[in-house]
Design a protein around this ligand. Structure first.
Ligand code: NAI
Length: 657
């Protein structure tokens, strides 16, 4: 419902004609002005085309003719005399804009409100051209105004509360959600954060990363709708360049990516409009570059994009410019981010964000990366995000220790950590039992959608504790161990209803490598090592030689029969590991995979797991054979010799009996 009758829109270009259309759809009488009748005619054509599209898709209540009849085109600003609310959308030039406002000030009734759609010019600079600075505000639409659901409302230095309230009501009346920027800072909310993230994508390109890998990372790891380089091409490299140039002219420090933008503009690489930017566009028309997931996208740390965005967001909050809720809404509704930067931060961990920024600050010396005091304070107060129950937002958190196994509920997933770092998280009785208890707890909690398992220290898990195995006295004690200690965990895992994600942080040997066969998604740090060396100490790897060879790969036979070590990359080739990342990315990649797993419908996820488990279970009879073999081996002299030699750190002398 209109809150007054007449709206004026100055400038009928890309934004102006869209704003006029939005206002007319909402029932306002609209004056639309530009410098020539030709421009206005073309604007009306575009509005008509757009309205017809909306009508075809059933989104318009009224006829196209009724709506268009509300728009009065004019080249004469004096026609705006009785307008109640005027939105300026002329070229991004402060001289031109000031001139328009100064002229309007003398024409329009004194209580009318002036709003500017500027992207970069301080609102107060423009307000000063009028005698109604209290009735002057920023109203920043997104392109295209008809489709984008959000506007930014920016307070100038002298904007009154009443002007803000009327503008909020106006935004609502035209069907837009809004975010409020309480202080007149350049770039406002959305473009300040965009500026940080786009800069990072450009810098990575300049550092030699392939454009396809950068964009694959933003799309397929962070879930952004477009690659950022693709998006920069779409909006125009010159647009980013000019915005940066304006900031420099205002006295801001030259941003680190400015040189790249300048060179691209000098070379005529303006993006889609010139046929070449980061990508090439044959007919100067936007065609989506072919961006597909790549292995290399896992080499690029997503925090390159997220950490600077969070740093900027923290600055906005600390300076009381925008609220955390508005920052989230701004990036989700204004830029179609899958979640806001602060939610990303809470999920990835505020400590990880701060560490990353500090490292970048140290490496580059650019205070662009100096972590905002708010972030540092949050780390000091242990407000680390999901992992501590509170960050920018509150999260459900629970912690229980089952002996050496720590269980943590991280809002909607669980993290299980093996914590016997001094013994390389070797599987003694307490570890086996603790793991069974922790997995069962995660299974029973309805909120938990997925489970992450990892190890503390330099190992994921060194496998069965040899000291414990050494004390297996006879066949009966081995069978008892298997029934009471190991089988409950193996049964639990082989029938587990929720996705299990392993973060292999280091050495995964013997049982530590074998358990991976029972997990669904395995992420490994690139410096992790793997081996199933049981044969070298007179035993055998039961899971690997049975279910592993059948369910994962025949190639496991080689490693069971030689005891050779594997790198993370080789383990990936084997099919045991799915994703290999640099060590500093392990934790956040786990978070990323949890996010992806959560997108799958819960019932689908459970069905998929039932099918997978049925295949795993079809190898249980083979595992049975392996267990029998192990029991027999455990009674041999060679087994005793193998254990002894291992503990005494010497080569075993096998006799074959
Ligand atoms: P545009 O170049 O498409 O349109 C500007 C229009 O203003 C032109 O038609 C021009 O003839 C007209 N104009 C120039 N001087 C005028 C005057 N004295 N009186 C009346 N009309 C005049 O530019 P665009 O993209 O529509 O941008 C307009 C404003 O919106 C700029 O401040 C820009 O920063 C801002 N903006 C642009 C967005 C975009 O994606 N293009 C997004 C959000 C804001």
């Amino acid at each position: 419902m209109p809150i007054f009758s007449k709206v004026g829109v100055v400038g009928a270009g890309t934004m102006g004609h869209g704003i006029a259309e939005v206002a007319a759809i909402a029932g306002y009488q609209v004056y639309l002005s530009d410098v020539s009748q030709d421009i206005l005619n073309s604007a009306l054509e575009k509005i008509k085309w757009s309205l017809q599209k909306l009508k075809e898709s059933g989104k318009l209540k009224e006829s196209v003719e009724t709506i268009i009849s509300r728009i009065k085109p004019t080249t004469n600003l004096s026609d705006f005399a009785d307008a109640d609310y005027i939105i300026e959308a002329v070229v991004e030039n402060s001289e031109v804009k000031r001139k328009v406002f100064s002229e309007l000030d003398g024409i329009v009734k004194p209580n009318a409100i002036f709003a500017t759609n500027t992207s970069t010019i301080p609102i107060s600079t423009l307000a000063e051209a009028t005698k109604r600075q209290d009735k002057f505000i920023g109203l920043h639409f997104m392109n295209p105004p008809v489709l984008m659901p959000l506007v930014e409302i920016i307070m100038g230095n002298k904007t009154s509360q009443q002007t803000l309230e009327i503008t909020i009501e106006f935004a609502k009346s035209i069907g837009k959600d809004y975010v409020i920027v309480k202080k007149d800072v350049p770039g406002f909310l959305i473009n300040r954060i965009n500026g940080r993230t786009f800069a990072e994508a450009i810098l990575m390109y300049d550092e030699g990363y392939q454009k396809e890998d950068i964009d694959a990372m933003t799309r397929f790891r962070l879930g952004m709708p477009m690659g950022f380089l693709e998006l920069l091409d779409f909006t125009g490299i010159d647009v980013s360049y000019n915005a940066a140039l304006e900031a420099i002219k205002r006295g801001e420090k030259e941003p680190p990516h400015f040189k790249v933008l300048k060179k691209m503009v000098e070379d005529g690489r303006l993006g889609v409009k010139s046929g070449k930017g980061f990508y090439t566009y044959k007919s100067k028309i936007y065609e989506r570059p072919k961006i597909v997931p790549t292995d290399n996208m896992y080499l690029i740390n997503p925090l390159r994009i997220i950490a600077p965005a969070v740093n900027e967001a923290a600055w906005l909050i600390r300076n009381n410019i925008s609220s955390a809720e508005d920052i989230e809404k701004g990036m989700i509704k204004g830029m179609s981010w899958p979640q806001g930067p602060l939610t990303f931060a809470d999920k990835f961990g505020i400590d990880n964000i701060v560490n990353f920024l500090e490292q970048r600050y140290h490496d580059t010396g650019n205070d662009y990366y100096n972590p905002d005091p708010l972030l540092k304070e949050m780390v000091e107060q242990k407000k680390l995000g999901v992992k501590s129950g509170e960050g920018f937002f509150k999260w459900n958190y629970e912690r229980v220790d089952f002996g050496p196994v720590r269980y943590e509920k991280l809002h909607d997933y669980a993290k299980i950590t093996m914590r016997r770092a001094e013994k390389l998280n070797a599987l003694n009785e307490a570890m086996w039992t603790g793991l069974t208890q922790a997995f069962n707890k995660a299974k029973e909690d309805k909120d938990v959608r997925a489970v992450i398992i990892t190890g503390e220290g330099r190992a994921f898990c060194a496998g069965d504790d040899i000291e414990m195995m050494h004390y297996w006295e006879n066949t009966a004690s081995v069978i008892e161990w298997s029934q009471k200690i190991s089988s409950p965990l193996i049964d639990t895992l082989a029938n587990y209803p929720k996705p299990i994600i392993a973060e292999v942080n280091g050495l995964a040997f013997g049982g530590g490598m074998e358990l991976l066969i029972l997990f669904d998604i395995v992420i490994a740090s690139e410096d992790a090592t793997f081996a199933i060396p049981e044969g070298l100490i007179g035993a055998l790897p039961p899971l690997a030689s049975s279910m592993g060879v059948g369910f994962v790969s025949r190639k496991i036979a080689r490693y069971a029969l030689t005891g050779e070590w594997l790198s993370a990359k080789q383990a990936k080739e084997l099919g045991l590991v799915d994703i290999v990342v640099p060590p500093e990315q392990l934790e956040i990649t786990g978070v990323e995979i949890v996010e992806k797993v959560k997108r799958v419908a819960p019932l689908s996820s459970m069905s998929i797991k039932r099918v997978i488990n049925s295949i795993r279970n079809s190898y249980l009879d083979k595992l049975q054979i392996a267990s029998q073999e192990l029991t027999i081996l455990s009674t041999t002299e060679d087994f005793k010799e193998g254990m002894k030699a291992f503990i005494e750190r010497r080569q075993p002398k096998y006799k074959g009996k």
